[in-house]
Design a protein around this ligand. Structure first.
Ligand SMILES: [Zn+2]
Length: 217
């Protein structure tokens, strides 16, 4: 057995793959458990981030999909990432929306990565990149550890909270069509601020994909 195979086996003993929608343990080759597979409804949600940037999501922000993104982030479920990214890849393929050259993600502040262990958007973006065979490249950096958007009152406060928050760093977006990945779009202010930073640095087009979207947007 190769060392990486042994490592993966040990990791899957410690963190067995789980169904994102009910958290039950599943085998490595499954996207969900049998029970959830029967109920799984992919209802693509089309919405817009701030600035009119289009965003596609396989699921609405309702249970069990909203629970999946919350557990992934707050209860350390990195094994959800390939399974949720597969649903993103499926709707992208279905809608023939493969009009991007590079995939990046909404960054989190290093302080939060230390606490959480990973950036859920980055895990999703890396998995989506390997499924779509489009390269993943980190492009954005968060300039300050701002308070969470859900703690803001109203849209104007949310916009203020993300103003100047993202800087382009790492590989250059100039002349490229960029797809930004995040776990969820709510007000669209965060993704909009990321898109703006990328466009200001010369990205020729920006679109977004998230696991969950807002149905009424
Ligand atoms: Zn399940």
């Amino acid at each position: 057995m190769k060392l990486s195979g042994l490592f993966n086996r040990l990791m899957s003993r410690i963190y067995p793959p789980r169904c994102p929608y009910c958290d039950g343990v599943i085998s490595e080759d499954r996207l969900s458990c049998d029970e959830c597979a029967k109920k799984l409804e992919v209802l693509p949600v089309c919405s817009y981030a701030m600035g009119g940037v289009p965003c596609l999501s396989p699921f609405p922000y309702d249970p069990p999909y909203s629970d999946a993104v919350k557990r992934m982030k707050f209860h350390r479920r990195p094994s959800y990432a390939p399974r949720l990214a597969a649903q993103m890849a499926l709707i992208i393929a279905e809608r023939e929306k493969t009009d991007f050259d590079v995939i990046t993600c909404v960054p989190v502040h290093p302080k939060r990565i230390r606490r959480r262990g990973f950036n859920q958007a980055e895990l999703l973006a890396r998995e989506l990149a390997s499924l779509t065979e489009v390269p993943y490249e980190p492009m954005l950096r968060k300039t300050r550890d701002n308070p969470p958007q859900h703690k803001m009152n109203g849209f104007p406060e949310k916009i203020k909270n993300v103003r100047g928050l993202f800087k382009v760093e790492g590989s250059a977006p100039r002349g490229r069509r960029v797809l930004i990945v995040d776990d969820v779009i709510t007000s669209g202010a965060t993704l909009g601020a990321c898109a703006r930073a990328l466009k200001n640095s010369g990205a020729s087009a920006v679109s977004c994909v998230t696991v969950c979207g807002q149905r009424n947007k």
